[in-house]
Design a binder for this molecule. Structure first.
Ligand code: HEM
Ligand code: SF4
Length: 510
């Protein structure tokens, strides 16, 4: 068999996974905590710990990043408070980022504290299991699931069930800890493609089939340094019930057992779909699914522009509102997390939601509570009315913490957006996405203006710069943008962006 021959030639990652499954470190955390990070096995330190969400950061040795799982981006105030208490332990080193997968990454974590931190997680039903490396990442769902009057399908329970299947309810599940590569799943329940369905390995998008509401299924979407592809139709429709979980399971098993593993640059699901063709892929999935797949509905129901949810909105429940607050570049500190927990409890139901735009939604605020909520001091920092560019700004981690980064991103992105917002009157939203290197974690390809970190030569010196992407579309007509200009030195970027904003986005000098 072709695949078998390919698997026989194992790359370094396949070798260490075969020697010892990444999840096995779960049983060794006490030992690691005792020994200290300096002396534990290199592969455990740099790779296997990611199976429990613990990322060694070469930029800040000894201060780890901890990536959570927040299914559908929904957590409660108690959970947020626990996360805040964890980063608070680390003083200036401790903070948390909201990610573009509706997730949270904690920073400053010490390995000696991990057993205790995991105990705290257990008490409030949080988990970070299988959140890095060759695992299924945080599963995204509609940020307004269950509260949006125009919603088609409530995604919350489905997302939770898929996560529970993959992680054995957060305990860790060896069935899915050795995929050929990382894997993304998204379930959209609304009309505006709030989850960026097209960039996921499996995406469910609402569609009517024979008068019944369910999902059309897309597969194979991914970004990488070498190749970016939007997901393609599987030609399958599923009802919004356990079939969603079963289909995810079937696809994951086919990918796990037959996915290409020889070359990590060619191991994402789409490469298998390419090799087999979509029809063979579909029939292999169908065989694993155990019953015939229903063919796709002709049309899906994604027909709205994408919303960013910032501001105050009526819920479908009379008298209740959800408020989307803007968190600049997704960065939270301990006090912010405590304040979020408190305002969610005082004015809402304690629930807190995260968006793929790296912002926060507080749902279930009654009409009577809105005024008092609006005068909370936290809303001076996290405003309901951010300026145009800052409003839609997204950024990956960048050089502050990430060893892959070629440039500093978050702080620079924010400073530049603020300067341009101050100088220009910009009539409509412009979504600027920064990403520190070609790995594209910040998704420059979905942005109106995408900026990808690179090194450029300027005046005989190597300096930080960016490649410019344009034309990414989201929502109904989602499309990936392309690189239109290479190697702009960051020092020159403000003028370049200013011109683009004036010429292409109708901006006027104030
Ligand atoms: C070989 C390719 C990739 C590598 C090696 C890689 C590596 C990393 C690392 C090390 C981090 C953590 C940095 C930190 O916060 O300390 C990270 C974060 C992240 N990555 Fe990737 N990544 C890759 C591709 C991608 C792609 C294609 C996506 C999806 C478009 C993605 C999505 C994310 C997200 C959502 C985060 C969290 C930070 C954020 O919101 O930007 N990654 N990645
Ligand atoms: S895009 Fe590059 S710099 Fe940014 S988080 Fe991903 S790997 Fe790090």
């Amino acid at each position: 068999m072709v695949e078998a021959t390919k698997t026989a030639k194992k790359n370094k990652f396949e070798q260490f996974k075969a020697e010892k499954d990444g999840l096995a470190v779960k049983e060794e955390l006490e030992k690691f905590a005792r020994l200290g990070w300096e002396v534990i096995d290199e592969t455990d330190l740099q790779h296997r710990l990611k199976w429990v969400g613990v990322f060694y950061r070469p930029v800040t040795p000894g201060k780890f990043m901890l990536r959570m799982r927040i299914p559908n981006g929904i957590l409660n105030s108690q959970q947020m408070r626990v996360l805040g208490q964890i980063v608070q332990r680390y003083g200036e080193d401790g903070n948390a980022d909201i990610t573009t997968r509706q997730n949270i990454q904690l920073r400053g974590i010490r390995l000696e504290d991990v057993p205790d931190i995991f105990q705290c997680f257990k008490e409030v039903d949080l988990t970070s299991v299988q959140s890095g490396m060759d695992n299924v990442r945080n599963i995204t769902g509609s940020p307004m699931a269950g509260i949006d009057a125009d919603e088609l399908i409530d995604t919350r329970e489905l997302v939770q069930k898929v996560q529970d299947m993959i992680t054995s309810c957060g305990q860790g599940n060896y069935e899915f800890t050795n995929l050929p590569r990382k894997f993304n799943i998204a379930i959209e329940g609304g009309r505006d493609n709030s989850v960026h369905a097209e960039i996921n390995d499996i995406a469910f998008v609402p569609a009517y089939k024979d008068g019944k509401l369910g999902f059309n299924v897309l597969v194979g979407g991914f970004f990488s340094a070498k190749r970016c592809e939007a997901a393609v139709p599987l030609n399958a429709w599923v009802a919004p019930n356990d079939d969603v979980v079963k289909l995810c399971r079937a696809i994951l098993i086919v990918y796990r057992d037959r996915g290409l593993r020889a070359n990590r640059q060619k191991a994402r699901l789409m490469w298998l779909i390419d090799e087999w063709g979509i029809d063979k892929f579909r029939s292999m999935v169908e065989a694993q699914f155990g019953k015939p797949l229903t063919t796709a509905a002709e049309e899906d129901l994604i027909d709205w522009e994408k919303r960013d949810h910032i501001g105050v909105f009526k819920q479908k429940q009379p008298g209740l509102n959800y408020v989307g607050i803007h968190v600049p570049i997704g960065r939270l500190y301990a006090q912010d997390m405590f304040d979020l927990a408190r305002i969610a409890e005082v004015y809402g139901s304690g629930e807190i939601r995260l968006t793929v735009e790296q912002n926060v939604i507080i749902p279930n605020i009654s009409d009577e509570n809105l005024d008092a909520f609006g005068s909370e001091p936290l809303l001076e920092k996290f405003t309901l009315e951010p300026k145009t560019l800052e409003r839609s700004l997204v950024s990956c981690t960048g050089a502050q913490f990430c060893n892959f980064a070629l440039v500093e991103t978050k702080n620079r992105a924010l400073a530049l957006a603020r300067e341009l917002d101050a100088e220009l009157e910009i009539p409509n939203k412009v979504r600027i996405h920064w990403t520190g290197c070609p790995n594209s974690c910040g998704q420059p390809q979905v942005a109106d203006i995408g900026l990808m970190g690179t090194k450029v030569r300027k005046d005989g010196k190597t300096v930080e710069g960016v490649d410019l992407y344009m034309g990414g579309k989201v929502g109904k007509e989602a499309e990936l943008g392309n690189c239109v200009q290479k190697g702009i030195a960051c020092d020159d970027l403000k003028l370049v962006l200013r011109d683009i904003l004036i010429e292409q986005f109708g901006a006027k000098v104030r």
